[in-house]
Design a protein around this ligand. Structure first.
Ligand code: GDP
Length: 228
């Protein structure tokens, strides 16, 4: 496999390549990803075709970094300008060697940043709400929450929205590498109390912690999706 990036070559929807290869590992290949389109109006969403996994979170939560860590390349932009992404970005995800993509990632606008809150609420009405309520191909919503900050009202609102909309969802606790010793278990316990009953996956884009677990969750969810 030419030009392989080690990170992406080691992951296939959560299957981790061991150094000692077994015959099964020969089936395991890298994940390829491609930007598809950007939609800031519900009329511009692509026709539903494949299971979709949505990434949501407050601005600066580390959403682009999570997406990039999962696919092993700089697919989503990372920035220090909160609230910059004002559209839903659709990305195709497929296994190398497969003729077609098998799922889509959707990157939704960050929320909770005071300066742009008015614009964000307009976005919410114009395309975020229709996407989350009506999108028939939406399989899993990943709500990203920064494990380093105390529970935020805007995160709670998102989780309540997803509950009310009956969307399957899980919490990705980002930037776990910033907490050490027993700080991390304590912060995860606080999150677990705040969002009782939710699946919470601790994640670090910096160290790769949680990547296999998150791919496992995505794979399970996609495999349970009836054909569209
Ligand atoms: P987005 O606005 O939600 O897309 O967030 P970005 O992915 O652009 O990340 C925002 C900031 O957090 C950047 O400075 C990143 O380098 C930093 N960051 C993101 N993920 C991690 C992580 O896992 N660990 C650490 N230490 N920093 C992170």
């Amino acid at each position: 496999m030419i030009g392989l990036n080690l990170t992406s070559s080691r992951h296939l929807f959560g299957l981790h390549l061991q150094d000692k290869r077994t015959p099964r590992d020969t089936e395991v290949m890298r994940v390829l990803s491609r930007f598809m389109l950007s939609a800031s109006d519900a009329a511009h969403f692509p026709p539903p075709s494949l299971p979709e996994v949505a990434f949501l979170g407050r601005s600066n939560v580390g959403k682009s970094s999570v997406i990039n860590a999962l696919v092993g390349s700089k697919l989503a932009r990372t920035s220090n300008t909160p609230g910059r992404t004002r559209s839903i970005n659709f990305f195709e995800i497929r296994r190398a060697g497969q003729p077609k993509p098998e799922l889509l990632f959707t990157d939704l606008p960050g929320y909770g940043y005071a300066k742009v809150s008015r614009e964000i609420s307009e976005d919410w009405a114009r395309f975020v709400d229709p996407y989350l309520h009506q999108r028939s191909s939406l399989t899993l919503c990943l709500a990203l929450v920064d494990v380093n900050v105390p529970p935020q009202a805007s995160d709670r609102q998102l989780l309540e929205f997803l509950e009310a909309a009956r969307r399957p969802h899980a919490i990705v606790a980002t930037k776990c590498d910033r907490l050490s010793g027993n700080e991390l278990p304590r912060a995860l316990k606080t999150l677990g109390q705040e969002y009782a009953g939710a699946t919470i996956i601790p994640f670090s884009a910096k160290t790769g912690a949680g990547k296999d677990d998150l791919w496992g969750l995505i794979r399970d969810s996609v495999s349970k999706t009836p054909a569209l």
